[in-house]
Design a protein around this ligand. Structure first.
Ligand code: CTP
Length: 399
């Protein structure tokens, strides 16, 4: 149900592809959308309003006034009601009317009043589609900010027959789902912790670990690409990011990472803790470089603060918190314990037993474990793809 609660105006015009609008409508409803169909008079020649109202569960609107009781259909209200308008299929004529403000039917009138994003899926013979007149109308509509779902024009050299057909309903649905998914991250802010920490033994030595920071940087990049602001609290790493929406806060020790995370988390909508934080730090780091000697050198270590658990303890109901777990034994049980202990919304489990997963590599194989023990295993993928999977999961639980 990826469109749960979304209100969609589905405009249908007089094209042979109008039958596909019925499939599209069924897909939208299946995904949980509330759909109001608006059809042009020509559209009704191709598909009956009865089919469409049965599929949408709402009377189809095509005239300014209801034919039975003379109720006025407010195009302004419709335009305000919708989260998105999707006009599929659109004929060359309707494109021309929309681009030039010729509001002689309910659909174009509604289009002109719509305040929401508008998706337009043209359907016509290729020669009509490539005609300068159609192309000019399309560029005008693009300039207005409408999203054009170009028809399938195929290889121009392979002949014109069948080309210019409307995109398949499944494709159109995916575009819409993707659009709403991305929209969810606009104006959101996330904290990401990444990389290792270095715990000083003396001025020239430290205790560190093999974390490269690649996973955390990939998640930060993915969040930023989808429109979120990111505070990336990063231990010493050789990877970098150039994205405008990412603010990198470089830290070295577990304690510095703790301070930075505690400071920024309250202003964020969530946090993803990918950092491999040292669990112990030297109790008394030496001020001077330690000289070679004959004796063994014992370094006393004290535990560091658990950053994820500290954020979990102050997490508000509208914030989400994601953790990572790198385990070598009893993987799922250990990950579940961490999920509980740190008050996480889900935990990403990497198993060192899986080839291709772990420190420094460009690939990762994860299992996501949610609150009610819901377990989703993923295939071995590039860290960029893994980041996309994790961010998708975050979006699905964002309140
Ligand atoms: N974490 C953290 N601060 C710490 C230790 C861990 O924020 N001081 C976070 C990690 O970023 C990760 C999660 O907690 O998201 C789990 O880290 P992990 O090292 O697997 O767990 P620990 O709690 O340190 O347990 P252990 O090392 O004993 O398995």
């Amino acid at each position: 149900m990826r469109l749960q609660g979304k209100k969609i105006l589905l405009g249908i015009t007089g094209s042979i592809a109008a039958y596909k609008a019925a499939f599209l409508l069924r897909l939208l409803v299946k995904e949980g959308a509330e759909v109001q169909v608006v059809i042009t008079p020509a559209g009704k020649e191709f598909i009956t309003p009865v089919t469409l109202s049965a599929l949408s569960g709402k009377p189809v609107i095509s005239e300014f006034f209801g034919s039975n009781d003379g109720t006025w259909h407010s195009h302004v209200d419709l335009g305000l009601w919708a989260d998105a308008m999707l006009i599929a299929p659109v004929t060359a004529t309707s494109l021309g009317k929309m681009a030039n403000g010729i509001a002689d039917n309910m659909l174009v009138t509604t289009y002109l009043s719509a305040k929401c994003p508008v998706f337009i899926a043209p359907a016509m013979d290729l020669d009509m589609f490539v005609h300068p007149s159609t192309q000019r109308n399309i560029s005008i509509l693009k300039e207005y900010g409408n999203i054009i779902l170009d028809p399938d024009v195929g290889e121009l050299a392979s002949g014109l027959e069948g080309k210019g057909r409307m995109q398949e309903p499944e494709h159109i649905l995916e575009k819409l789902v993707e659009f709403f998914r991305k929209k969810k991250l606009l104006n959101k802010k996330f904290l990401v912790s990444a990389g290792p920490t270095y715990e000083k033994i003396d001025p020239v030595r430290f205790i560190g670990n093999y974390s490269s920071g690649k996973m955390g940087y990939a998640i930060a990049d993915e969040l930023a690409e989808l429109g979120a602001e990111v505070i990336l609290v990063s231990g010493p790493v050789s990877v970098s990011t150039q994205k405008e929406r990412i603010k990198v806060i470089p830290v070295e020790s577990a304690d510095e990472m703790y301070q930075a995370c505690i400071e920024h988390f309250p202003q964020c909508d969530g946090a993803v803790m990918t950092a491999a934080v040292a669990d112990f730090t030297p109790l008394n780091p030496e001020i001077q470089k330690t000289k070679r000697g004959k004796e063994n050198w014992n370094i006393e270590l004290k535990p560091t603060k658990d950053i994820a658990a500290a954020l979990g303890a102050v997490k508000k109901t509208d914030q989400i918190l994601i953790g990572f777990a790198l385990e070598t034994t009893d993987e799922k049980a250990n990950a579940q314990k961490k999920l509980q202990k740190k008050n996480l919304d889900f935990i990403v489990l990497n198993s060192l037993n899986d080839a291709g997963a772990g420190f420094g590599l460009d690939t990762n194989k994860i299992t996501i474990i949610g609150k009610n023990n819901k377990t989703v295993p993923f295939k071995l993928k590039s860290k960029k793809e893994v980041a996309a999977d994790i961010v998708k999961m975050m979006i699905s639980i964002l309140r």
